[in-house]
Design a protein around this ligand. Structure first.
Ligand code: NI
Ligand code: MN
Length: 228
């Protein structure tokens, strides 16, 4: 049994056999966060899509406290390693097998800085993840615009896709609905909306645009979970 809990913005807690993980743990300073870093004491992995603060969040603190391994693109992983964090520095299109299942990094059309105090450095590229939990496949796109690369995900047979719908920095509801038609997941969970004034979006309108025949849209309020 696989479980996905929405923690607000693009942050999720995911759980399955051998996996207790956070994705983009922006919890402190997140106005809609449904959890705090200190709530997590047995996390074994963190999936980090890119270096922006609203995704990186408390990655370093949580990874340290839980002795968790951080999956992210190789350049950002190098930076985290220099901070004493355990990492899996994979790269776009790469897939590998881990005790809980396989992980693949997918392209995301977005920036990926390393923000270290006042300094901003090259952090490689932003990514998304295809993660296997209990034999099911989930896709967290990270921050991205609509890209043709998403058509390749149709062949992954994604069970649950988490896609941004807020616009301004990422896809809006129209482009996200087009992404759903390209990816063809069984279920889609909208994310990255209504956290800040610039990314206001109506998830019900997104569900209407997706249409029932393309995917089931699960709108999760922060703190709600989906078991599958
Ligand atoms: Ni971003
Ligand atoms: Mn973002």
């Amino acid at each position: 049994m696989a479980m996905i809990r929405f923690l607000g913005h693009s942050a999720f807690y995911i759980e399955g056999e051998g996996l207790k993980a956070l994705i983009d743990p922006f919890l402190e300073g997140n106005p809609v966060a449904a959890a705090k870093s200190e709530d997590f004491n047995d996390i074994n992995y963190i999936f980090l899509t890119h270096g922006h603060g609203d995704h990186m969040g408390s990655t370093v603190e949580i990874a340290r406290k839980n002795d968790a391994v951080v999956f992210t693109c190789n350049e950002l992983a190098g930076y985290l390693s220099s901070k004493g964090i355990k990492t899996e520095g994979m790269h776009i299109g790469g897939r590998a097998t881990f005790p809980f299942g396989r992980v693949k990094l997918t392209p995301a059309w977005h920036g990926c800085p390393i923000i270290d105090g006042d300094e901003v450095r090259y952090g490689g590229v932003a990514c998304g993840f295809v993660i296997e939990i209990d034999g099911k496949k989930i896709y967290h796109s990270g921050d991205t615009g609509l890209t043709m690369e998403m058509t390749l995900l149709e062949h992954e047979n994604i069970d649950v896709a988490m896609l941004p719908i807020g616009g301004y920095y990422t896809m809006d509801i129209e482009d996200a609905a087009r992404a759903v038609r390209m990816i063809k997941p069984r279920v889609v969970i909208p994310m990255h909306y209504n956290t800040f004034p610039r990314i206001q979006a109506d998830p019900e309108e997104f569900a209407t645009l997706v249409g029932e025949m393309f995917a089931e849209v699960k709108i999760l309020a922060p703190g709600e979970q989906y078991i599958f």
